[in-house]
Design a protein around this ligand. Structure first.
Ligand SMILES: [Mn+2]
Length: 328
């Protein structure tokens, strides 16, 4: 993010009083961390700010005090709030579909919309799009913005930004981990982010049902394309038997990526309404979001997702058929 962009956003903040911040469905560490950092900043400079999301924060992000700050969207309850808002900041997402009914409600109000995101933008999204696909995370952009605005990086802001960055870089493992990412993380740590605490909250506070599901899924791991593709599937029956929920499938496809020779990991999750959710993960050689786009999904070059109608077996066969072409 350049000075000119920061200047534009600074003007928007200066000229308005009532702000709403939001992020995508199934919010992740980057979406929530970015919201929380921006929320604390806007409050401290005396603005009225509400974080309004479609879904609640996952349990492992509640240490960021999300329960106090984040409201879950309800058309009736939040009608007035939306009508009175001056500006809605949409963070970590540039696709109205992934804001569901809240997206519709925001557009109905006609209030100013500003998007800050690092995903590839297919077509103009908001009134003011600030999209930087070279950034590791929206958290990184939030750091650029807040430092450009001269924010006081106190502990809650540092922890929120640190969380956003480690969530989207897989704890500095993914190919998007630039030198700048380490610099920001180092600064956040110096200024108060407790690295060990954040790591434990995020990754070492899992419920037993998720681990039981993981065991089941790994036990049924399958390979294709001479071991370059690995795939796993989760049926509704497996959810029932382990007590796990869809939330517990988050980042499960990280595990098969660890196998030598694997380039792509696919995860198929049977949804109750006759759909299948697909996660596409690549180790960094094979670009994967074009494959996701064939199934009306999207995402980053090396991490993407889609949800399609059909049975687990049919969707899996279709996706595998297309995935094999990536290795021809
Ligand atoms: Mn992100």
């Amino acid at each position: 993010m350049q000075k000119t962009h920061i200047h534009q956003i600074a003007q928007i903040i200066e000229q308005h009083e009532r702000f709403i911040l939001t992020t995508h469905v199934n919010p992740d560490g980057d979406g929530i961390g970015s919201e929380m950092a921006f929320y604390h900043y806007l409050r401290r400079i005396g603005k009225q700010v509400t974080v309004l999301n479609v879904d609640a924060a996952p349990d492992n992000l509640k240490f960021l005090q999300t329960d106090r700050a984040i409201a879950i969207f309800n058309r009736q309850t939040h009608r007035k709030l939306l009508q009175q808002a001056d500006v809605v900041f949409v963070l970590d997402i540039s696709d109205w579909q992934r804001l569901r009914q809240l997206g519709e409600a925001i557009r109905e109000t006609g209030c100013k919309t500003v998007c800050i995101d690092h995903h590839i933008l297919e077509e103009p999204f908001s009134d003011n799009d600030f999209i930087f696909t070279g950034a590791s995370s929206t958290g990184e952009l939030m750091y650029d913005l807040l430092s450009g605005l001269g924010a006081d990086f106190d502990t809650p802001i540092c922890e929120a930004i640190f969380t956003a960055i480690i969530a989207d870089t897989g704890c500095f493992r993914f190919s998007n981990t630039s030198p700048k990412v380490f610099e920001i993380a180092a600064e956040m740590q110096k200024l108060g982010a407790d690295r060990v605490k954040i790591y434990q909250e995020l990754y070492e506070s899992q419920n037993l049902s998720r681990i039981r599901l993981l065991a089941r899924v790994l036990n049924n791991l399958r390979f294709d394309c001479n071991g370059k593709i690995t795939w796993m599937e989760i049926s509704q029956k497996m959810f029932r038997e382990t007590g796990a929920t869809i939330k517990d499938t988050e980042s499960l496809s990280d595990f098969p990526r660890r196998i030598k020779g694997v380039e792509i990991a696919l995860l198929f999750v049977e949804l109750p309404e006759g759909k299948v959710k697909i996660s596409f993960r690549s180790k960094g050689k094979i670009v994967i979001n074009k494959l996701a786009a064939k199934f009306l999904g999207g995402g980053h070059a090396f991490a993407a997702g889609a949800a399609v109608d059909g049975s687990l077996a049919n969707v899996r066969d279709d996706v595998l058929f297309q995935a094999r072409h990536l290795f021809e």
